[in-house]
Design a protein around this ligand. Structure first.
Ligand SMILES: Nc1nc2c(ncn2[C@@H]2O[C@H](COP(=O)(O)OP(=O)(O)OP(=O)(O)O)[C@@H](O)[C@H]2O)c(=O)[nH]1
Ligand SMILES: [Mg+2]
Ligand SMILES: [Zn+2]
Length: 353
């Protein structure tokens, strides 16, 4: 829940440095596309409410960065003006497990399909950041069939934010949902993980494991390092995604779920898939490390997904030989929205129980 400071101004917790951020700190900022720097946002005194709303879509609030642990950073205005604490999602998995492609395909497909049919309205939290993510990740991958680069080691801010509203529940306010996608390199070392404050405030995890990872002995190390660090796991939600599932598309029971056309919020159906993917992983996982989220996190669902839809070619490392056709990349998002309480209602309340 939103906290109130002594000045009675509501505050939101910055997910990067955990400072409390208030809207009443005065100056608002805007990212200058030309310089890449933030400059003060001009809100002339005669501005009317419609004009102001329009400008606020681009506005940023400077985080007080209270203990200066991180470089100066800014939060989208609509991150800070939420009625409820935002929802923080973290991608977890070994390097090259497929986190970044999965996230790009997920965001792209949500945009394309819309989730109105599931009682969810999804829009960009910050238009400029959304456009940046779309032009660097979603479009090159989904429309240009480009292989995305491995995530840089110095990424520490969230990469994409959404505003998600439960359209079936008039009383529930829109929620900000942000995704962290850091490099999997080094994620196996708890002291590296501990440098990222967002792991202390995660609401939902996307644990990513690829069929290649299942063949290796050591690659559940990223899952373990995160689970060893995180507290109060029983209050959190997680999806475990068997990513790159195109690589085992002929294996029972993965084949069946990959063919599934529509995602679902039906808890029984999600439970059925979870059981199937659990049994698939259990049969391959040498150290059982990939199933730790299942036993340790409060609400969990398991899904199979493929960002590319087909095995990638080794011949050309910058472009896929076949057009990219994501499979089942919206399902982990839907399950997480139910398990983190963004999607309310009796049915959603049973997902991942
Ligand atoms: N066959 C197949 N290959 C994929 C899929 N998704 C990603 N890959 C390949 O897997 C490799 C790594 O994918 P990334 O998404 O960059 O992996 P990551 O987990 O973000 O890796 P780091 O950023 O290093 O942590 C790339 O070469 C992709 O082409 C998929 O759905 N199917
Ligand atoms: Mg990555
Ligand atoms: Zn901060």
């Amino acid at each position: 829940m939103i906290e109130t400071t002594s000045s009675t101004s509501p505050t939101v917790r910055c997910p990067m440095c955990l400072s409390r951020v208030a809207l009443d700190t005065g100056q608002l900022w805007v990212l200058d596309g030309k310089t890449g720097m933030h400059r003060p946002l001009d809100l002339p005194s005669g501005i009317n409410p419609d004009q102001k709303r329009r400008r606020l879509r681009l506005a940023k609030v400077r985080c007080p960065n209270q203990i200066g642990e991180y470089p100066e950073h800014y939060l989208p205005y609509h991150y800070v003006d939420q009625a409820e604490e935002p929802v923080v999602i973290a991608m977890v998995g070994a390097s090259a497990s497929g986190k970044t492609h999965l996230l790009a395909a997920m965001i792209g497909k949500i945009h394309e399909q819309g989730l109105r049919g599931f009682g969810l309205s999804v829009s960009p939290l910050d238009i400029a950041e959304y456009e940046h993510f779309t032009s660097t990740h979603v479009r090159p991958f989904l429309m240009g069939n480009a292989v995305l680069l491995r995530t840089n080691h110095d990424v520490w801010e969230f990469v994409i934010g959404l505003t998600v509203e439960d359209t079936d529940d008039a009383d529930s306010p829109p929620r900000a949902v942000v995704f962290f996608d850091i490099s999997g390199d080094g994620m196996s070392v708890t002291s590296h993980i501990a440098k990222h404050a967002f792991f202390d405030v995660v609401d939902g995890f996307i644990f990513v494991v690829s069929p290649e990872d299942l063949e290796r002995d050591d690659s559940a190390a990223a899952f373990s390092a995160v689970l060893d660090l995180v507290k109060d796991k029983e209050d959190k939600a997680a999806v475990v995604v068997l990513a790159k599932a195109d690589q085992c598309r002929f294996d029972y029971p993965v084949d069946r779920w990959l063919r599934e056309e529509e995602p679902t919020l039906d808890p029984a159906r999600i439970r059925e898939e979870s059981r199937d993917i659990y049994s698939y992983i259990v049969g391959k996982d040498k150290g059982a490390g990939y199933l730790r989220p299942w036993t340790e996190v409060g609400r969990v669902a398991l899904h199979a997904a493929s960002a590319t839809g087909a095995p990638s070619s080794d011949d050309d490392t910058s472009r896929y030989a076949r057009p990219v056709r994501p499979r089942r990349t919206v399902q982990p998002f839907l399950s997480l929205m139910a398990m983190t309480g963004v999607k309310k209602g009796a049915e959603a309340g049973k997902v991942g129980d």
